[in-house]
Write a protein that binds this ligand. Sequence first.
Ligand SMILES: C[S@@+](CC[C@H](N)C(=O)[O-])C[C@H]1O[C@@H](n2cnc3c(N)ncnc32)[C@H](O)[C@@H]1O
Length: 205
Amino acid sequence: MTDKKDVLQPSLWTPRPVDETIAVYADWADRYHAEVTERGYQTPDRLAAALTKFAALDTEILDFGCGTGIGGAALRKVGFRTIDGTDVTRQMLDQVADRSIYRKTWHASPADMGFAAGSYPVIVAVGVISLGAAPPETLAPLIDMMPEHGLLAMSYNDPTLADQSYADALDAVCDAGLAEVIFREHGPHLDDVGMGSDVIILRHT
Ligand SMILES: C[S@@+](CC[C@H](N)C(=O)[O-])C[C@H]1O[C@@H](n2cnc3c(N)ncnc32)[C@H](O)[C@@H]1O
């Protein structure tokens, strides 16, 4: 029997070119939702709970890198009502089982996120700007897409926290005065491997 701890490591949490990232998620798409749920994926609920402290429940939210909809479902559970979703992996979007989670979804490309700058006061990115998913260079352009005082709620899991390039990307946007961290908390990410994550909320200046 394959040990669950071996299924995703070390293959998932490593840097890779964007085409390979999409291929990894395309291949994983039909099993992703059940697997991460079974493994005790905690970050979406933690991020959604944190966001209720800073955003009104009727705020329009973009779930960036929404995957199969786990983050959107967590946002709905705490009462957010207007959520759109986008992802670069079409097969992940095809697996959004509950179509009532999102007002709309679309397939984006890493070069074109497919929405107008300033159109979402809140963007969430659960496990997206992450080792093995979107590269650290995704952070600054995503912040550029936010309106003044817009919020970006995101997470860095433990392997991502240990990769200096992701810490540097966060420091760079803060040091440049583009955003400030208004919430940051470490807690459980994946129960079965005892992995943690930071939930981080940034406010665009
Ligand atoms: C670990 S999954 C997280 C999915 C979902 N947010 C969740 O919490 O279940 C990472 C997702 O990021 C997407 N992704 C990777 N690079 C991306 C990029 N540059 N832009 C948007 N989504 C990206 C992948 O296709 C995948 O669906």
